[in-house]
Design a protein around this ligand. Structure first.
Ligand SMILES: [Zn+2]
Length: 479
């Protein structure tokens, strides 16, 4: 009896305080006005987040994780890796592309012409300056680096690490720890399950990929991250055999629906050979053969207006990746309004790859406020040197997001995920409860004290773009 009176009293006191100080959304508005960049970053770091629906395996992890693997013999089992530190012409042989800091496993290096071999050295023999230059060249972190650097060079500098089935699953769990710490609950990661190798560079089957990842994700440390993983098969759209990959993806996903939830298509849209309309026939063919497999497809990641989003919807797409030129195609924009096709937004990616250098030209706030579901995503945060929080911070700072809008964006990332209904309901209930708890902890008159206690991971991107004063610690291992 006494206890319930006491809790009633506490509840009343809490109610009075919140009435005096205002509703969570009003407090959020006040915080936006009063907080320093570091305070707002800490607050948004602690905000409960839903899903990262646009997330490429290999590009998603801090590049420091890859370096650790190459430089630590205990982690890589003493295997040898070679890195290119000189580019000189050889009379008969070339290595395409010609990229500084191109990393090869010993097995690939041995197969090179001796003239090319000489331009490589062991990664463990890099000078400190070379090591720093390699790390920097794995990121879009310099003036003038943009989409050519990203699409044509960076991937060769990562070497075989993320494709190595003896390492990839552990790196994924490392990344789940980091993103779980930011309050993320779900990742839908794009992978090509038949493009992986064993530790010596030999191809492994997609079946083995599936078994190995499934086992790793069931380990206690993976479960403890609080992050649920599901995968999409991604098709590289401009390859000549891309139609066959679509067929293969349908067949593979249909057999592994517990982990695989959808198909994606990626690759430069300005490349010309991978336009959506090319694939109409093969998707029709597959849709006649298999129960529904959802589609989330890159479209509208382009400078100019074109019919790519419309053609992609015609393939049966449920979600559009990027959708940057949607507002330039009025008919398709009107079609998508209220029609429940989500646009997966990638603010940091679009800025760094110079699709939208000026954030005020980004369609995100217009889509959000005119009835098109949107989510925030990291795309290839390893190369952006960024966190999920950077996406939230960009959205709140550039577009004056209200608390209700912020919560809706997070919630919609679960609503429009391709998760099976029971798991989706579970994650949404968990998200809603976490939002209430966040409101009572942080959106109060004591918010300033509360954000002091947040153990924040600060990214280089955040430091450069938002004027944070805290030290960068993204890439440090998460305990
Ligand atoms: Zn993407």
């Amino acid at each position: 009896m006494k206890k319930s009176l006491l809790s009633m009293g506490l509840a009343l006191a809490g109610l009075c305080a919140s009435v005096l100080y205002g509703e969570p959304s009003k407090v959020f508005d006040q915080i936006k006005q009063a907080a320093s960049p570091d305070e707002l970053y800490a607050l948004l770091y602690a905000v409960p987040k839903g899903g990262d629906l646009h997330h490429h395996g290999g590009g998603s992890m801090p590049m420091e994780y890859a370096l650790d693997y190459y430089l630590d013999a205990e982690r890589n089992g003493g295997r040898q890796f070679y890195i290119r530190t000189r580019i000189e012409a050889c009379p008969e042989h070339r290595l395409r592309p010609e990229v500084m800091y191109h990393v090869l496993g010993e097995w690939d290096w041995k197969a090179l012409d001796p003239c090319l071999q000489k331009q490589f050295k062991l990664v463990t023999e890099l000078t400190e300056a070379e090591q720093a230059a390699w790390l920097s060249d794995l990121k879009i972190d310099q003036e003038g680096e943009g989409r050519d650097e990203f699409f044509e060079k960076i991937w060769w500098r990562m070497g075989p690490v993320f494709n190595d089935l003896s390492v990839g699953p552990d790196l994924l769990v490392e990344n789940m720890k980091a993103m779980g710490k930011e309050g993320l609950r779900y990742i839908e990661m794009q992978v090509i399950p038949w493009s992986h190798t064993d530790a010596e560079g030999n191809p492994v089957s997609a079946e083995l990929w599936y078994e190995t990842y499934k086992k790793r994700l069931a380990q206690p440390d993976a479960l403890a991250t609080g992050v649920t993983m599901r995968f999409q098969v991604v098709i590289i759209r401009f390859l000549p055999e891309a139609e066959d990959h679509v067929r293969r993806a349908f067949e593979f996903i249909d057999k592994h629906r517990d982990l695989f939830v959808g198909i994606n298509m990626a690759g430069r849209e300005d490349e010309g050979k991978g336009q959506a309309a090319r694939f109409t026939e093969v998707y029709r063919e597959m849709q006649r053969l298999y129960p529904k497999i959802p589609l989330a497809i890159h479209a509208g990641e382009a400078d100019e207006g074109n019919s790519n989003i419309r053609d992609t919807l015609a393939l049966g797409a449920d979600r559009i990746g990027h959708g940057l030129n949607l507002l330039k195609d009025t008919d398709t924009y009107l079609l998508m309004r209220q029609n429940q096709y989500m646009v997966e937004v990638n603010l940091v990616s679009n800025k760094l790859l110079e699709y939208v250098p000026d954030p005020m030209q980004h369609p995100f706030p217009v889509l959000l406020r005119t009835g098109i579901p949107v989510s925030l995503n990291t795309d290839d945060r390893g190369m952006w040197d960024s966190t999920f929080t950077d996406e939230y911070y960009s959205a709140v700072r550039y577009y004056n997001l209200s608390w209700e809008e912020l919560v809706k964006v997070g919630r919609d990332s679960l609503v429009y995920s391709f998760l099976e209904p029971s798991k989706k309901a579970e994650l949404m209930a968990d998200y809603d409860a976490a939002v209430l708890e966040f409101e009572s902890t942080y959106l109060t008159e004591d918010w300033r004290d509360a954000v002091q206690d947040v153990d924040v991971t600060v990214s280089n991107y955040g430091k450069e773009n938002f004027g944070l004063t805290s030290a960068v610690n993204l890439g440090d291992p998460i305990e």
